[in-house]
Design a protein around this ligand. Structure first.
Ligand SMILES: Cc1cc2nc3c(=O)[nH]c(=O)nc-3n(C[C@H](O)[C@H](O)[C@H](O)COP(=O)(O)OP(=O)(O)OC[C@H]3O[C@@H](n4cnc5c(N)ncnc54)[C@H](O)[C@@H]3O)c2cc1C
Length: 260
Protein backbone atom coordinates (compact mmCIF):
# COMPACT_ATOMS: atom_id res chain seq x y z
CA UNK A 1 0.00 0.00 0.00
CA UNK A 2 2.81 2.38 0.88
CA UNK A 3 4.33 1.86 -2.55
CA UNK A 4 1.12 2.17 -4.55
CA UNK A 5 -0.49 4.96 -2.52
CA UNK A 6 2.32 7.12 -1.13
CA UNK A 7 -0.14 9.79 0.08
CA UNK A 8 -1.02 7.71 3.14
CA UNK A 9 1.39 7.60 6.10
CA UNK A 10 0.77 4.09 7.34
CA UNK A 11 1.87 2.36 10.49
CA UNK A 12 3.67 -0.96 10.31
CA UNK A 13 1.23 -3.84 10.06
CA UNK A 14 -1.75 -1.70 9.08
CA UNK A 15 -4.27 -3.38 6.80
CA UNK A 16 -6.09 -1.55 4.02
CA UNK A 17 -9.00 -2.62 1.86
CA UNK A 18 -9.08 -1.32 -1.72
CA UNK A 19 -12.22 -1.33 -3.84
CA UNK A 20 -10.94 -1.28 -7.43
CA UNK A 21 -14.35 -0.06 -8.59
CA UNK A 22 -14.44 2.74 -6.02
CA UNK A 23 -14.53 6.34 -7.14
CA UNK A 24 -16.29 9.61 -6.50
CA UNK A 25 -19.28 11.57 -7.77
CA UNK A 26 -19.22 15.32 -8.40
CA UNK A 27 -22.45 16.35 -6.66
CA UNK A 28 -23.09 19.63 -8.49
CA UNK A 29 -22.68 18.03 -11.93
CA UNK A 30 -24.69 14.97 -10.86
CA UNK A 31 -27.59 17.10 -9.59
CA UNK A 32 -27.64 19.13 -12.83
CA UNK A 33 -27.66 15.85 -14.77
CA UNK A 34 -30.59 14.45 -12.76
CA UNK A 35 -32.56 17.69 -13.18
CA UNK A 36 -31.97 17.71 -16.93
CA UNK A 37 -33.04 14.06 -17.31
CA UNK A 38 -36.13 14.65 -15.15
CA UNK A 39 -37.11 17.68 -17.25
CA UNK A 40 -36.59 15.70 -20.46
CA UNK A 41 -38.96 13.07 -19.04
CA UNK A 42 -41.61 15.72 -18.44
CA UNK A 43 -40.96 16.78 -14.84
CA UNK A 44 -41.86 20.39 -14.09
CA UNK A 45 -39.14 21.88 -11.89
CA UNK A 46 -39.94 24.65 -9.39
CA UNK A 47 -36.99 26.45 -7.80
CA UNK A 48 -37.00 28.80 -4.80
CA UNK A 49 -40.45 27.64 -3.71
CA UNK A 50 -40.69 26.34 -0.17
CA UNK A 51 -43.25 23.68 0.72
CA UNK A 52 -44.88 24.70 3.99
CA UNK A 53 -47.34 21.82 4.48
CA UNK A 54 -48.43 18.50 3.06
CA UNK A 55 -51.97 17.36 3.80
CA UNK A 56 -52.56 13.69 2.98
CA UNK A 57 -56.04 12.22 2.72
CA UNK A 58 -57.54 8.99 1.37
CA UNK A 59 -57.26 9.91 -2.31
CA UNK A 60 -54.02 11.87 -2.46
CA UNK A 61 -52.08 14.74 -0.98
CA UNK A 62 -52.46 18.52 -1.02
CA UNK A 63 -49.10 20.29 -1.12
CA UNK A 64 -49.06 23.90 0.08
CA UNK A 65 -46.08 26.06 -0.83
CA UNK A 66 -45.13 29.68 -0.35
CA UNK A 67 -46.61 30.45 -3.76
CA UNK A 68 -49.25 27.85 -4.52
CA UNK A 69 -51.35 24.77 -3.79
CA UNK A 70 -50.99 21.48 -5.63
CA UNK A 71 -52.87 18.22 -5.64
CA UNK A 72 -51.00 14.94 -6.17
CA UNK A 73 -51.80 11.26 -5.92
CA UNK A 74 -48.48 10.65 -4.12
CA UNK A 75 -45.69 12.79 -2.73
CA UNK A 76 -42.05 12.00 -2.00
CA UNK A 77 -40.64 14.05 0.87
CA UNK A 78 -36.82 14.32 0.72
CA UNK A 79 -36.09 17.68 2.32
CA UNK A 80 -32.79 16.83 3.97
CA UNK A 81 -32.08 18.60 7.26
CA UNK A 82 -35.62 20.07 7.13
CA UNK A 83 -37.35 16.67 6.89
CA UNK A 84 -39.00 16.91 10.33
CA UNK A 85 -40.83 20.12 9.34
CA UNK A 86 -42.93 18.17 6.85
CA UNK A 87 -42.74 14.79 8.61
CA UNK A 88 -43.19 15.69 12.29
CA UNK A 89 -43.09 11.97 13.15
CA UNK A 90 -39.31 12.26 12.65
CA UNK A 91 -38.81 15.25 14.95
CA UNK A 92 -37.40 13.21 17.81
CA UNK A 93 -35.06 11.15 15.64
CA UNK A 94 -33.84 12.98 12.52
CA UNK A 95 -31.23 15.26 14.08
CA UNK A 96 -29.34 17.78 11.95
CA UNK A 97 -25.75 18.17 13.13
CA UNK A 98 -22.95 20.53 12.17
CA UNK A 99 -20.30 19.05 9.86
CA UNK A 100 -16.97 20.63 8.91
CA UNK A 101 -14.77 19.82 5.93
CA UNK A 102 -11.41 21.33 4.89
CA UNK A 103 -9.23 21.39 1.78
CA UNK A 104 -5.44 21.15 1.69
CA UNK A 105 -2.73 21.73 -0.89
CA UNK A 106 -0.13 18.95 -1.22
CA UNK A 107 3.58 19.38 -0.56
CA UNK A 108 4.01 16.81 -3.33
CA UNK A 109 1.38 17.18 -6.06
CA UNK A 110 2.31 13.78 -7.50
CA UNK A 111 1.02 11.79 -4.49
CA UNK A 112 -2.35 13.60 -4.30
CA UNK A 113 -3.42 12.99 -7.90
CA UNK A 114 -6.61 10.93 -8.28
CA UNK A 115 -4.72 8.18 -10.16
CA UNK A 116 -2.45 7.65 -7.14
CA UNK A 117 -4.68 8.53 -4.21
CA UNK A 118 -8.07 6.83 -3.86
CA UNK A 119 -10.93 8.33 -1.86
CA UNK A 120 -10.54 6.93 1.62
CA UNK A 121 -12.27 6.23 4.90
CA UNK A 122 -9.89 5.74 7.79
CA UNK A 123 -10.98 4.14 11.05
CA UNK A 124 -9.24 5.84 13.98
CA UNK A 125 -10.88 3.72 16.67
CA UNK A 126 -12.45 5.77 19.49
CA UNK A 127 -11.62 8.94 17.56
CA UNK A 128 -14.05 8.01 14.80
CA UNK A 129 -13.65 7.76 11.03
CA UNK A 130 -12.06 10.32 8.76
CA UNK A 131 -12.86 10.50 5.06
CA UNK A 132 -11.21 12.25 2.18
CA UNK A 133 -10.77 12.78 -1.52
CA UNK A 134 -7.66 13.27 -3.67
CA UNK A 135 -6.88 16.63 -5.28
CA UNK A 136 -9.83 16.72 -7.68
CA UNK A 137 -10.36 20.47 -7.90
CA UNK A 138 -8.12 23.49 -7.43
CA UNK A 139 -8.68 23.53 -3.65
CA UNK A 140 -6.84 20.21 -3.33
CA UNK A 141 -7.33 17.28 -0.97
CA UNK A 142 -10.61 17.31 1.00
CA UNK A 143 -10.83 15.90 4.55
CA UNK A 144 -13.58 15.54 7.14
CA UNK A 145 -14.34 13.46 10.20
CA UNK A 146 -17.61 11.57 9.91
CA UNK A 147 -20.18 13.46 12.05
CA UNK A 148 -17.41 15.83 13.28
CA UNK A 149 -18.28 16.69 16.95
CA UNK A 150 -21.94 15.62 16.58
CA UNK A 151 -23.15 19.12 17.54
CA UNK A 152 -26.95 19.32 17.13
CA UNK A 153 -28.10 22.35 15.13
CA UNK A 154 -31.29 24.06 14.05
CA UNK A 155 -31.31 24.05 10.23
CA UNK A 156 -33.20 27.36 10.24
CA UNK A 157 -30.25 29.11 11.90
CA UNK A 158 -26.98 29.67 9.97
CA UNK A 159 -24.25 27.30 11.15
CA UNK A 160 -21.71 28.66 13.65
CA UNK A 161 -18.60 29.49 11.57
CA UNK A 162 -15.52 27.27 11.43
CA UNK A 163 -13.40 27.72 14.58
CA UNK A 164 -9.92 26.69 15.74
CA UNK A 165 -11.12 23.51 17.43
CA UNK A 166 -12.61 22.41 14.09
CA UNK A 167 -9.49 23.12 12.07
CA UNK A 168 -7.10 21.69 14.67
CA UNK A 169 -8.98 18.38 14.56
CA UNK A 170 -8.64 18.13 10.78
CA UNK A 171 -5.13 19.63 10.62
CA UNK A 172 -3.77 17.11 13.12
CA UNK A 173 -5.25 14.23 11.11
CA UNK A 174 -3.72 15.71 7.93
CA UNK A 175 -0.30 16.11 9.59
CA UNK A 176 -0.30 12.58 10.94
CA UNK A 177 -1.87 10.61 8.11
CA UNK A 178 -1.40 12.63 4.89
CA UNK A 179 1.73 14.74 5.44
CA UNK A 180 2.70 15.06 1.76
CA UNK A 181 -0.79 15.13 0.25
CA UNK A 182 -2.64 17.42 2.69
CA UNK A 183 0.13 19.76 3.76
CA UNK A 184 -1.34 23.29 3.82
CA UNK A 185 -4.95 24.06 4.66
CA UNK A 186 -6.47 26.52 2.18
CA UNK A 187 -10.18 26.39 2.99
CA UNK A 188 -12.67 25.03 5.50
CA UNK A 189 -16.44 25.22 5.63
CA UNK A 190 -19.46 23.92 7.53
CA UNK A 191 -22.50 22.03 6.31
CA UNK A 192 -25.23 19.79 7.75
CA UNK A 193 -25.61 16.07 8.26
CA UNK A 194 -29.00 14.71 9.25
CA UNK A 195 -28.52 11.72 11.50
CA UNK A 196 -30.89 8.95 12.48
CA UNK A 197 -30.03 6.97 15.63
CA UNK A 198 -29.05 3.99 13.43
CA UNK A 199 -26.88 6.28 11.22
CA UNK A 200 -28.53 4.45 8.33
CA UNK A 201 -31.10 5.45 5.70
CA UNK A 202 -34.87 5.64 6.11
CA UNK A 203 -36.70 5.16 2.79
CA UNK A 204 -40.29 4.06 3.20
CA UNK A 205 -43.96 4.88 2.97
CA UNK A 206 -45.06 6.90 6.00
CA UNK A 207 -46.93 4.54 8.37
CA UNK A 208 -50.66 5.18 8.13
CA UNK A 209 -50.19 7.52 5.12
CA UNK A 210 -49.97 5.35 1.99
CA UNK A 211 -49.64 8.40 -0.27
CA UNK A 212 -46.57 9.88 1.42
CA UNK A 213 -43.13 8.41 0.71
CA UNK A 214 -40.21 9.59 2.86
CA UNK A 215 -36.46 9.61 2.31
CA UNK A 216 -34.36 10.69 5.26
CA UNK A 217 -31.23 12.64 4.39
CA UNK A 218 -29.18 9.50 4.78
CA UNK A 219 -27.06 10.22 7.88
CA UNK A 220 -24.22 11.93 6.05
CA UNK A 221 -23.38 9.19 3.56
CA UNK A 222 -26.22 9.22 1.05
CA UNK A 223 -24.99 11.11 -1.96
CA UNK A 224 -23.21 8.24 -3.67
CA UNK A 225 -26.43 6.20 -3.48
CA UNK A 226 -28.60 8.88 -5.08
CA UNK A 227 -29.48 6.81 -8.15
CA UNK A 228 -30.62 3.74 -6.26
CA UNK A 229 -32.42 5.80 -3.59
CA UNK A 230 -34.29 7.54 -6.42
CA UNK A 231 -35.17 4.17 -7.95
CA UNK A 232 -36.56 2.90 -4.63
CA UNK A 233 -38.55 6.12 -4.11
CA UNK A 234 -40.02 5.86 -7.61
CA UNK A 235 -40.94 2.19 -6.98
CA UNK A 236 -42.62 3.06 -3.67
CA UNK A 237 -44.52 6.01 -5.16
CA UNK A 238 -45.62 4.30 -8.39
CA UNK A 239 -46.00 0.65 -7.36
CA UNK A 240 -46.36 0.78 -3.58
CA UNK A 241 -43.29 -1.45 -3.10
CA UNK A 242 -39.86 -2.23 -4.49
CA UNK A 243 -38.16 -5.41 -5.68
CA UNK A 244 -34.91 -4.01 -4.29
CA UNK A 245 -33.97 -5.18 -0.77
CA UNK A 246 -35.32 -2.25 1.26
CA UNK A 247 -36.25 -3.84 4.61
CA UNK A 248 -33.15 -2.30 6.22
CA UNK A 249 -34.48 1.18 5.43
CA UNK A 250 -38.03 0.72 6.71
CA UNK A 251 -39.82 2.53 9.53
CA UNK A 252 -40.33 -0.93 11.05
CA UNK A 253 -36.58 -1.61 11.08
CA UNK A 254 -35.75 1.81 12.53
CA UNK A 255 -38.48 2.26 15.07
CA UNK A 256 -40.13 -1.17 15.44
CA UNK A 257 -43.69 -0.97 16.66
CA UNK A 258 -43.08 2.41 18.32
CA UNK A 259 -43.88 5.69 16.61
CA UNK A 260 -40.83 7.43 15.13
C1 LIG B 1 -20.14 18.26 4.17
C2 LIG B 1 -20.87 17.03 3.68
C3 LIG B 1 -20.14 16.02 3.09
C4 LIG B 1 -20.79 14.89 2.62
N1 LIG B 1 -20.05 13.94 2.01
C5 LIG B 1 -20.64 12.85 1.51
C6 LIG B 1 -19.88 11.85 0.84
O1 LIG B 1 -18.66 11.94 0.73
N2 LIG B 1 -20.52 10.79 0.34
C7 LIG B 1 -21.87 10.65 0.45
O2 LIG B 1 -22.39 9.65 -0.05
N3 LIG B 1 -22.64 11.56 1.08
C8 LIG B 1 -22.05 12.66 1.62
N4 LIG B 1 -22.79 13.60 2.27
C9 LIG B 1 -24.22 13.34 2.54
C10 LIG B 1 -25.13 13.64 1.38
O3 LIG B 1 -24.90 14.96 0.94
C11 LIG B 1 -26.59 13.46 1.84
O4 LIG B 1 -26.75 12.13 2.33
C12 LIG B 1 -27.53 13.68 0.68
O5 LIG B 1 -27.33 14.95 0.09
C13 LIG B 1 -28.98 13.59 1.15
O6 LIG B 1 -29.80 13.82 0.03
P1 LIG B 1 -31.28 14.37 0.18
O7 LIG B 1 -31.77 14.59 -1.21
O8 LIG B 1 -32.05 13.47 1.08
O9 LIG B 1 -31.15 15.76 0.96
P2 LIG B 1 -30.45 17.12 0.51
O10 LIG B 1 -29.32 16.86 -0.43
O11 LIG B 1 -30.16 17.85 1.79
O12 LIG B 1 -31.58 17.88 -0.30
C14 LIG B 1 -32.74 18.38 0.33
C15 LIG B 1 -33.33 19.45 -0.57
O13 LIG B 1 -34.63 19.79 -0.09
C16 LIG B 1 -34.77 21.21 -0.13
N5 LIG B 1 -35.80 21.59 0.86
C17 LIG B 1 -35.71 21.53 2.21
N6 LIG B 1 -36.87 21.92 2.79
C18 LIG B 1 -37.72 22.23 1.76
C19 LIG B 1 -39.08 22.70 1.71
N7 LIG B 1 -39.81 22.90 2.81
N8 LIG B 1 -39.63 22.94 0.48
C20 LIG B 1 -38.91 22.71 -0.67
N9 LIG B 1 -37.63 22.26 -0.67
C21 LIG B 1 -37.04 22.02 0.53
C22 LIG B 1 -33.39 21.73 0.21
O14 LIG B 1 -33.25 23.06 -0.23
C23 LIG B 1 -32.52 20.75 -0.58
O15 LIG B 1 -32.37 21.17 -1.92
C24 LIG B 1 -22.18 14.76 2.76
C25 LIG B 1 -22.93 15.79 3.36
C26 LIG B 1 -22.28 16.91 3.81
C27 LIG B 1 -23.08 18.02 4.44
Amino acid sequence: MKRRFPAFALEDGEIGLLDPQGGYVRPEAAIMGYLRLAAEDGAVLHFGERVVAIEPDDTGVTVISTTGRYRARKVVVATGAWIAELVPQLKANAQPIRQVVAWYQPKDGFVAEPQRMPCFLRDEGDEGSYFGFPAIGIDGVKIGRHAHFREPIDPEVPNPPVNETDTELLDSFARKRLPDAASYRVRATTCRYTMLPSEDFLIDTLPGQANVVVSSACSGHGFKFTSVVGEILADLALQGGSALPTALFSFEKHFGGQSA
